[in-house]
Structure formats: C-alpha cells, structure tokens
Design a protein around this ligand. Sequence first.
Ligand SMILES: [Zn+2]
Length: 145
Amino acid sequence: MPSWLENLIYAIVGGVMTYFAQLFFERWKNRNNRKEKIEQENDTLKKVIAQYEDIKEIEKTLNKNTGSTYYLRKLSNGMESDKICSTCWENNHKTIPINCNYDTGYFICNVCKQQAIFDKEKVNQNESRKKENDEQYESFINYGR
Ligand SMILES: [Zn+2]
C-alpha cells in the first residue's frame, strides 16, 4: 500500500473517531446537565411537598371557631393556647402570635396590623364603663342648670 493511501486512511479513521468521540462527549454532557436539572427540580418539589405537609399538620391543630379573626392553635400537650392571626395564616401560612391587650379586649397583629376583638366581654365592660363615665360627666356639666 502506498504511504499516501495509508496516511489518508489514518486521517479518515482519525477524523471519524474524533467525530464520534465529540458526539459521545456532547451527549454525555447534555445527559449530565439534564440529570442535574432534574435533581434540582426534584429537590424543589421535595421542599414544596414538605411545606404542604407542615401546613397540613398545623391546620389539624387549629381551632377556627373562635368567633373572631384569630385562631387557637392546639399545643402538643393537647392544651389550646397560642392565639394566631387568621389573616396571616390564610394568606401566607405563617403562625403569627397575636398581641392581646387584656385591658381593652382587643388584639393587634404585629405583621399584618389586623385589629379585632379577642374578648367581647371585656370590650362590652369597657364600653358600658365609658358610657357610665360619659353620663356622669354629662350630669356633672349639667348640674345646677
Ligand atoms: Zn396578621
């Protein structure tokens, strides 16, 4: 075989081998990228599912029949205690403890600023006391007229 023909065959075989090696490498790279992307998506989905599981678990511990805009959250010892903001829970699934003002009967949420009654009796007491005071003030002002 003439040496030019031998060289030509080597060149062709070399070219074909390089072509397939590149093809193989590209496919391997793409598969790895796809694998990485799928793993990332999988991690994201696992986190989302875990969040939903958490929400479901907390939802089971909530008593929404409070007659007001807060929920009672049952503690692990079975006691109902934590008052949490219903707006923050329904909108963002955050358990924000509400700040109860025991003198007024009102509460306010530090996050969404929702304000509502948590102790209707207290509010009624305060209102009747205020009315009484107003009446006393009225009669004091009108005294002797
Ligand atoms: Zn809130």
